[in-house]
Design a binder for this molecule. Structure first.
Ligand code: ADP
Ligand code: MG
Length: 397
């Protein structure tokens, strides 16, 4: 077990210099924060520290500036929005290393400039990590979204903090993500059902193989299913298929057998664009010019039956091109099925940015146990991998 902020006595936090690595990597529209979900997700940790009277220094990256100062990727607008949602001023420190920035006083929050303006950040540079660690006495890693990468402000800083006798602990968001995506799925109540979809198999192969040996049923939709269709010898017309993964899909089919449930029918359209003509066909009736854009109604019902019996559900990846309303029914169907299962007492965890957006679109976000804030990190956890950002923290009781 790693140490976590949740177990820290607030009285020991008063007046302490605490460095928080948050994931404030939000989508921007010019200098405007386009979506503040990640800022909101980071609040519990920051609020706990502020309430305890800690001196809070927040670090984050934004975008991929490649080790150079890029004014377009400044965290200044994020500091402002963080202050707005926190309900108290967040002072912005225009230097990533805090040079020339006055230290926060008790109960104050200072957000430093984009960590990735430093070349050593993504290289996990030791010197850089030490400079950051020197800015505080306790390190809190709450950046779940980047926990699968070993960077100076996530991993190096934790080691540097421990070398100088300080603690490196997980933040409240990080701990919650680990509880739902790690612990809960390690010994799940059964039946345990995974639903996988999205555009590609390639980024999710490790997840498919790790989950397929642990779940009772694996439901596959989205373009990912097309590659499996081809492995079954079916025609997929003009649909998105990963030709170089067909052989791998074939091998997977042999290994997992009946655990894997593929769509039996689909929605095919003339193109992926809105307004394009579509029809429902059996998966054996896809014609040359057809694009498979969604799973069909028979599949939605079959998936609903399996999900309805589940005690634990993990969902990653939409069932179709859900951005187009006409092609979103399969994804919406799954969203409602998992929400109903959750209402009935099942544990339901959703990972992946597009799946989270789909759950939101379907209006069921509030009815699910947990929606992960991290795409790549949640996939890594589901694949059973260790996260460097977690491994580097102090060991606790
Ligand atoms: P997540 O972000 O939840 O992990 P992905 O990024 O893997 O999900 O996949 C989401 C994308 O997959 C969406 O943009 C969606 O349009 C696309 N997609 C799903 N099904 C299909 C399909 N049949 N054909 C083309 N694209 C698809
Ligand atoms: Mg995505």
């Amino acid at each position: 077990m790693k140490k976590t902020l949740a177990n820290c006595d607030p009285s020991v936090l008063a007046g302490r210099r605490v460095i928080v690595r948050s994931d404030l990597n939000v989508p921007m529209d010019g200098a405007r924060v386009a979506d503040d979900q990640r800022i909101v997700a980071s609040l519990p940790t920051i609020r706990m520290l502020v309430d305890a009277g800690a001196r809070v220094l927040v670090l984050s990256h934004l975008g991929r500036p490649k080790g150079e100062v890029d004014p377009g990727l400044s965290l200044a607008p994020v500091a402002e929005r963080l202050g707005a949602v926190l309900g108290r001023e967040v002072r912005f420190g225009p230097d990533p290393l805090g040079r020339g920035v006055a230290e926060p006083i008790s109960g104050e929050v200072v957000l430093l400039e984009n960590t990735r303006f430093e070349l050593g950040e993504t290289r996990n540079d030791t010197e850089l990590a030490r400079s950051w660690a020197d800015l505080g006495d306790l390190f809190v890693n709450d950046a779940f979204g980047t926990a699968h990468r070993a960077h100076a402000s996530t991993v190096g800083i934790a080691s540097a903090m421990r070398s100088k006798g300080g603690d490196a602990v997980s933040g409240l968001l990080m701990a919650r993500e680990l509880r739902y995506l790690g612990d809960a799925l390690r010994e799940p109540d059964r039946p345990f059902v995974a639903i996988l979809g999205g555009a590609k198999i390639s980024g999710k192969i490790d997840v498919i193989s790790a989950l397929s040996s642990r779940v009772d049923r694996l439901l596959v939709g989205g373009a990912m299913a097309n590659t499996f269709f081809r492995a079954l010898g079916l025609d997929t017309g003009a649909s998105l298929v990963e030709e170089d993964r067909i052989e791998m899909a074939r091998e997977l089919l042999e290994v997992v057998g009946d655990t894997l449930l593929l769509p039996t029918d689909c929605i095919v359209a003339e193109s992926l664009e809105a307004g394009s003509r579509s029809r429902v066909v059996h998966r054996s009736q896809v014609e040359d010019a057809d694009h498979i854009v969604d799973v069909g109604p028979e599949t939605v019902t079959a998936f609903d039956e399996v999900i309805g019996r589940a005690r634990t559900v993990v969902w990653n990846g939409p069932m179709g091109v859900f951005e187009v309303p006409d092609f979103s029914r399969g994804t919406e169907g799954v969203a409602h099925s998992v929400a109903d299962a959750c209402d009935g007492g099942a544990l339901v965890v959703v990972g992946g940015g597009d799946s989270a957006a789909a759950a939101h679109l379907a209006g069921v976000s509030d009815r699910l146990s947990h929606i992960s804030s991290g795409g790549g990190a949640s996939l890594a956890l589901l694949a059973g991998q260790e996260l460097p950002g977690v491994e580097s923290l102090s060991d606790g009781a």
